[in-house]
Structures are given as C-alpha cells and as structure tokens.
Ligand binder design. Structure first.
Ligand code: VGL
Ligand code: ZN
Length: 211
C-alpha cells in the first residue's frame, strides 16, 4: 500500500547529490552513490523537483584547512554557535561540486546553491547555519503553491535533516525518504537527527511506499 501519493502541492527536494559526497569524493558518505537511482526514480513521480548544490568558495570558513591546526570533523565555536569543520569539499566550479554524473537533472526546475557565503555554512536548503539568513526557498515553494516537501539525498544527518526540520519551521509538511538518503554518522549524529526529526513532526517513508 503506498503511504505517500505524490500530489500537485508536493515538491521533491533532492539534497546535495554531488561527487564530493559520493565514494571517491572529498567528503565521501559511505554508499552515497546508492541514492542516485532512487533519486532518479522519485524525480519521475513528482511534478516539482528542486535540487540543492553545496557550493563553497575556496577557503570557506567551514573548511578545517581555513583554521591553523584545525582538524576535520572537530567542532569549533563560530559567531553563530558550534560548527563542525570539514575537509575542503564542493568548491565552486570544481568537479567535486558537480552533481553525480548519473543523477538525472532534467526534471529539476530549480537548482538552489547554498554555502556560498565565506563565513557561514549552510546545511539546510532553507536557512544558513546562523539560522537567520534565508536562502529564499520557502518563498519560492510558497509562491508555487507547495505545501509538502519530500526529501532525499546526502547526508541524512546533516543537510537532509536540517532541510527537513526547516521545512517544518517554514510551515511545510516534510517527509524524508529514508532509503533515498545516506548518512555521515559523526558521533551519533544519525540517531540524534532521527530523534529530532521525529520530534518536529517530520515523517519517514521508504521509496516503495511512494505511489
Ligand atoms: C554537508 C557537511 C558539509 C551535507 C554539506 O550535504 O550533508 N555536510 N557540507
Ligand atoms: Zn558543505
């Protein structure tokens, strides 16, 4: 029984399915490329498809390399709060920032780039990590009459989770297609994200339940 029948007021938002998050990439997520066929099948079922693209300038403040002695995957204090430092990844204009070559981008009507401000990271497709700088996606979706956001992509516990929580914060229903995502899972971040998502009312489903 399909639990999720795609509706005209749904948007499929595919998060950061880029080379650097796939095996061989600079911030590879285990099995990250497994989301590509799922994303391609989902994209054929939804009337509105949005892609996000992590898009950092060289020397971005979230890169460990921008901090003397900074270690990748450690947490530091930024003016807006705690921030994880990452290996250099998704640098604007580099092959690592491109979408996975097998991702079918033809039905995407919007490619939303994020993380382009040098001093602010942006996990979420809606708000940057200062939690106040809007990307404009909520307005775009509202103007198009979208009321529900269906998410898949990379990584479950960072960009997918933040995007799903912010979708709810912006007044949308949010559904995460679990088997269309893969996680970084840093110090229990996956379990933590799952719990927080459930608390905010984000619904989980599997691809097979999408009608
Ligand atoms: C992401 C860490 C840094 C993600 C992006 O797409 O989940 N994670 N930049
Ligand atoms: Zn990033």
């Amino acid at each position: 029984m399909p639990a999720l029948i795609p509706q005209p007021a749904d948007a499929l938002v595919l998060i950061d399915i880029q080379n650097d998050f796939c095996p061989g990439g600079a911030l590879a997520v285990a099995d990250g490329d497994a989301v590509v066929p799922v994303a391609n099948r989902l994209a054929r079922r939804f009337g509105t498809v949005v892609l996000t693209q992590d898009w950092h300038p060289a020397g971005h403040r979230s890169f460990a390399s921008a901090h003397p002695g900074g270690a990748a995957f450690s947490e530091v204090e930024f003016p807006y709060g705690p921030q994880t430092l990452w290996p250099d990844h998704c640098v604007q204009g580099t092959p690592g920032a491109e979408f996975h070559p097998e991702l079918d981008t033809t039905r995407a009507e919007l490619v939303l780039r994020k993380g382009f401000r040098a001093a602010i990271d942006s996990y979420s497709a809606f708000y940057e990590n200062d939690r106040s700088t809007a990307t404009g996606l909520a307005g775009y979706l509202r103007e198009r009459g979208i009321t529900r956001v269906v998410l898949a992509g990379l990584a479950t516990d960072f960009c997918v989770a933040y995007s799903a929580m912010d979708a709810v914060r912006c007044g949308f229903e949010a559904v995460v297609v679990e088997d269309g995502c893969r996680a970084i899972d840093l110090n229990g971040s996956l379990e933590k994200a799952r719990r927080r998502l459930a608390e905010c009312g984000v619904v989980f489903c599997r691809e097979a339940e999408v009608g």
